[in-house]
Design a protein around this ligand. Structure first.
Ligand code: URA
Ligand code: SF4
Length: 190
């Protein structure tokens, strides 16, 4: 992961390198069984190159806390490694340029469970593993399986924690989904 980090820090494969401050490679433990995939670094993440340290990060930490998961029990990264100005939605070109880094991270980490946060990350990962993506509102907290070179893994799409910054009822849905997730993780790690 270290070598990959150096490559990402020097990457100029899409236009985002021009406006980024620091790329965000990923945070947490490379020994974790759970890989969490968000969308792209936000304003705060861009300043420090760290994952989920802004408002969405506070919500994520509360949700992880509900099921006794610490940041060191997971590894977090994003579909895009550089901050898109004004948080624009990831473009096809940006994703195509960046996704190979995520592929390599998955191969290094060999997770047992992948959690995808929000529509963009979920759609991208579903496409990658030939799963049919419908709407995040239909598939959130459901368990999907994919066969990778190294193992069969579970993929669980969730709403992006940022949605709970503006909508309290979404926080309740996220809490329910995380409690369900806690039970699934307990079974997988037994
Ligand atoms: N939102 C994301 O999708 N990723 C981050 O790292 C921070 C906010
Ligand atoms: Fe490179 Fe990805 Fe950053 Fe684009 S977003 S410059 S592909 S690391």
């Amino acid at each position: 992961m270290e070598g990959l980090g150096i490559e990402i820090n020097n990457c100029k494969k899409c236009e985002l390198w021009k406006t980024r401050n620091k790329p965000l490679v990923g945070d947490g433990s490379v020994d974790a069984n759970i890989l969490v995939i968000g969308e792209s670094p936000g304003y705060n993440e861009d300043i420090r190159g760290r994952a989920f340290i802004g408002e969405a990060g506070k919500i994520l930490d509360q949700l992880l806390g509900l099921i006794n998961l610490k940041r060191d029990d997971i590894y977090i990264t994003n579909i895009l490694k550089c901050h898109p100005p004004r948080n624009h939605n990831p473009s096809r070109d940006e994703i195509n340029s960046c996704i190979k880094y995520l592929d390599r991270q998955i191969n290094i980490l060999k997770p047992k469970i992948i959690l995808t946060l929000g529509k963009y990350a979920s759609k991208e990962i579903f496409n990658k593993f030939d799963l049919e993506f419908s709407k995040i509102s239909d598939i959130h907290s459901k368990v999907f399986e994919a066969e990778l070179d190294f193992d069969k893994i579970k993929i669980i799409p969730l709403y992006h924690p940022a949605v709970a910054c503006y909508h309290n009822n979404m926080f309740d849905i996220l809490k329910k989904d995380f409690i369900k997730l806690g039970n699934i993780i307990g079974q997988v790690q037994k």
